[in-house]
Design a protein around this ligand. Structure first.
Ligand code: PMP
Length: 406
């Protein structure tokens, strides 16, 4: 039985007062808070079990390596990957997408080749492809959403030409909350021989993800949004794509033999993990995905659907507030503006005085903001520990903003 109060009790930070008010944390899209089990795991990993991984034969190094490597299996289960060998650890989604850009995409792109993107992408899933545009003459092909913020999978497939080398698409928009039908995109793209990279940063925290069912070639997640530590992350890479990748970063661990005139690489996935990794961060991420799977992804999704529906109802009831987008399938993420002169930063500052944390600005999604004709929005993004009462607190504080700035 999902009990939100029981969940909340596991997050020490939720006891904090901010500016004299109980913290209402609605900035989960930027980063999520950490449950006690993750904090304890980090404490233990440093306090009892710490040593470098893959290097030593001594007891602590073996324990540390075992704890670190166990996360590959946890992440494979979390993402529905057939094998832990398909999981590469990263510091987050930004590094994961850059890895794919350098290790897989760059060597196979010729001038005039095309990468299809949606207009909803986060800069992390734009800028690495711009690098290829600048350096290798690759063309970026943008697919717009409709007026409600839906992305039609067919429109993405229609953008494929005989020069398309990759589709890079978000699973959930960090601005509008739109859930993209990535499975249909992957199915259609596979028929046409085009690999798909899915940015799962905002999705994996809200819903069960099964990369085998989706049929994607790459699926990137980030630990800090999954109730785990910052500086942790992972990417599922289809074995066919992994076989095509050449290493990106060179250094220790990714190598088998180094001589004066030659090198040989380690096997994948370690071939793509040069140097000392985020040992404790990764171990903490393992505790976080275990925790999420224990709570149950379906229970999390059901709880957040309740929050989403209630928040949508309350926010759209404010006729001076403009919720951006009205996608058919939405995660509990809302961007909004207020009528009148108040800038998103002003609203966020007033909300903060009431203890409510939201994000304000362009949300690292400038092409989408331009597409929507906006310079900035506030964003309330919900997580597993949020409550209906917190939706009410947000609405009350917004009413105060309206009174102040109208
Ligand atoms: N993609 C999306 C959709 C995101 O929301 C974010 C984080 N805001 C990122 C990528 C970047 O992830 P990371 O913080 O792990 O680099």
């Amino acid at each position: 039985m999902f009990d939100v109060e029981e969940i909340r009790a596991q997050f020490p930070i939720l006891q904090r007062k901010i500016n004299g008010n109980p913290l209402v944390y609605l900035d989960n899209g930027a980063s999520a808070q950490k449950p006690q089990v993750v904090l304890d795991t980090i404490q233990r990993a440093y306090g009892q079990d710490y040593a470098n991984v893959h290097r030593g034969l001594h007891t602590l190094s073996t324990i540390s390596t075992d704890n670190f490597e166990a996360v590959r299996g946890k992440m494979a289960r979390f993402l529905g990957a057939p094998s832990e060998d398909h999981i590469v650890f990263t510091t987050g989604t930004t590094e994961a997408i850059n890895l794919i850009s350098y290790a897989w995409a760059a060597p196979r792109m010729q001038p005039g080749d095309e990468i299809v993107l949606s207009i909803m992408e986060h800069h992390a899933n734009i800028v690495p492809w711009h690098f290829l545009r600048e350096r290798q003459g690759v063309k970026l092909i943008w697919v717009d959403t409709d007026a409600d913020g839906n992305l039609d999978p067919q429109a993405v497939l229609d953008a494929i030409t005989d020069r398309t080398k990759l589709i890079a698409i978000t699973h959930v928009s960090n601005v509008l909350g739109t859930v993209v039908d990535v499975k249909s995109i992957c199915t259609g793209a596979r028929d046409r021989g085009v690999p798909v990279m899915v940015d799962g940063s905002q999705a994996a925290v809200h819903m069960a993800v099964d990369v085998s069912d989706i049929g994607c070639d790459f699926y990137a997640v980030t630990g800090h949004k999954l109730y785990g530590p910052s500086g942790s992350g992972a990417i599922f890479i289809h074995p066919d794509r992994m076989a095509e990748m050449r290493p990106f970063m060179g250094g220790g661990d990714m190598i088998r033999d180094v001589h004066r005139d030659s090198i040989t690489w380690n096997d994948a996935p370690m071939k793509f993990e040069a140097g000392t990794p985020g040992i404790v961060q990764t171990i903490g991420m393992g505790a976080a995905v275990d925790w999420m799977m224990d709570v149950g992804m379906d229970a999390i999704a059901a709880h957040e659907a309740g929050l989403r529906d209630y928040a949508l109802d309350r926010l759209t009831g404010l006729n001076w507030l403009n919720v951006q987008g009205n996608p058919r399938d939405r995660a509990a993420i809302f961007s909004f503006t207020l009528d009148g002169p108040a800038h998103a930063h002003d609203i966020s500052t007033v909300l903060d005085k009431k203890g409510i944390a939201v994000r304000a600005g362009q949300h690292c999604a400038q092409p989408l903001m331009e597409h929507m004709g906006l310079t900035a929005t506030c964003r309330a993004s919900f997580g597993v520990y949020n409550t209906l009462a917190e939706v009410d607190a947000l609405v009350n504080a917004l009413e105060l903003c309206h009174d102040l700035f109208a």
